[in-house]
Ligand binder design. Structure first.
Ligand SMILES: *Cc1c(COP(=O)(O)O)cnc(C)c1O
Length: 410
């Protein structure tokens, strides 16, 4: 979103104020052209011909986004059976879906096997179970290379006491199981966390996987996960995807020569593909000046965008209605009765009640982490493409708060 002729404008010249007038606030808006741009950046950065991008759909699971990415050529990375079913519903081939949950029950794995999708196993007991019931269904193994990566503790999943993956140090145990139970291992996988900046961390992780791969003669693919960082603050740097893609592709080519066969190289970005495409538009409910602080209150809270409170993450916030007013310093807070602070000491053009306040980078882990906390229905979603705005999810209503509740006489 940019300022053109003193007004904020979305791609295709769409006026965000008109969208808010038509669909109400709070409103999630996704710009499909940004998703396409990010997808193409990624596929052109990795020059290895057998390269496949799996979208980590927990980041943004609206079926229209899934269909859009499928048409671009993406596969899907799914962490629950619900996500697998959304993928199948939107036309993904089972072979283009990787089921990669963590601490899911055996029933979920059973269902994934029945649905015919690729299965990624990340615990030794699960591997044992698999051998008992499904040894003919090939699997992928999630290795934890114990690299420290990721923006903060919650999203760094590669460290030594992480709950994710099978430790690289347990590889001998894995090999014994694979041999005894005649398991078919078709893929190796790692995912070491989110917001990793350093290209060398990715490469170090890849080296560990390549070394392990030598022990598995029947591999078809190696999945290097995600963790690609996108800029949130104006001065933020992002993972240099072009450098990473070039380096990894040439290293992968060497690896395939040593391995003796050309394998598919996979990655599974969530944030990288959809974060920048999304905006959350809210309405200023009140401006409150205390003796020390000016607050902008908005008609949403961590019930609809939890990243700032959960991860301490930064989202750029602007006054969409009055971009040219003199900036003042504000704390931006939500309307939820809980600590509900989006931002502290932000320079934002002077706001009054009724102004539209826009949040950037709301495409990933925005709506998908939203709840009905405080009995406030969840927002509508709009997708814009080629100058047209499409409503892709209705705003929830009061009836949705009652949905599935059963009234009993006690
Ligand atoms: C969440 C997740 C991803 C996506 O992470 P981003 O930081 O959104 O790119 C990829 N792979 C797995 C296994 C995940 O759990």
């Amino acid at each position: 979103m940019e300022i053109v002729n003193n007004k904020y404008q979305l791609s295709g010249g769409i006026d965000p104020l008109e969208l808010c007038a038509e669909f109400g606030t709070p409103l999630y808006v996704y710009d499909a052209e940004i998703i396409e741009r990010q997808y193409k950046r990624m596929t052109s950065a990795y020059t290895w011909p057998n390269f496949k991008v799996h979208f980590a759909c927990k980041a943004l699971s609206n079926i229209n986004v899934l269909t859009f990415l499928r048409k671009l050529g993406a596969g899907l990375d799914c962490v629950s059976i619900g996500e697998v079913k959304l993928g199948l519903h939107t036309g993904f081939a089972p072979s283009d879906i990787l089921f990669t949950p963590n601490f899911a029950g055996m029933e979920e794995y059973e269902e994934a096997a029945k649905l015919g999708v690729k299965v990624n196993i990340d615990a030794i007991p699960m591997l044992e179970n698999w051998g008992l019931h499904h040894k003919d269904h090939p699997i992928c193994i999630r290795i934890n290379p114990h690299l420290m990566g990721g923006g903060n503790e919650n999203i760094s999943v590669g460290h030594i006491d992480s709950k994710f993956g099978i430790s690289i140090h347990q590889l001998p145990h894995v090999m014994r199981l694979v041999d005894n139970q005649e398991l078919k291992i078709e893929g190796l996988h790692m995912h070491t966390g989110s917001d990793i900046l350093d290209v060398d961390i990715f490469i170090r992780g890849a080296e560990i996987l390549f070394e392990a791969a030598a022990k598995f003669p029947d591999l078809k693919y190696i999945d290097l996960g995600s963790g690609f960082k996108v800029p949130y603050k104006p001065e933020d740097i992002e993972t240099d995807i072009e450098e990473l893609g070039a380096k990894l592709s040439s290293r992968f080519e060497e690896f395939c020569k040593e391995y003796g066969r050309d394998l598919t190289l996979m990655v599974e970005p969530g944030k990288f593909l959809v974060s920048e495409s999304g905006y959350l538009f809210t309405k200023c409910t009140l401006v409150k000046q205390t003796t020390s602080t000016a607050f902008i209150g908005v008609d949403t809270g961590f019930n609809h965008l939890i990243r700032p409170m959960f991860y301490g993450s930064y989202h750029k916030i602007v006054n969409v209605t009055e971009p040219n007013f003199k900036p003042r310093i504000y704390n931006v807070v939500g309307n939820i009765c809980e600590t509900d602070t989006f931002a502290i000491d932000r320079r934002i053009a002077e706001a009054v009640e009724g102004d539209i306040i826009g949040f950037y980078n709301a495409g990933a882990y925005g709506w998908s982490m939203a709840s009905q906390f405080n009995s406030r229905p969840r927002p509508a979603e709009v997708m814009i493409y080629k100058g047209k705005a499409h409503l892709i999810r209705k705003r929830e209503s009061f009836e949705d708060l009652l949905n599935n509740q059963i009234e009993v006489q006690l």
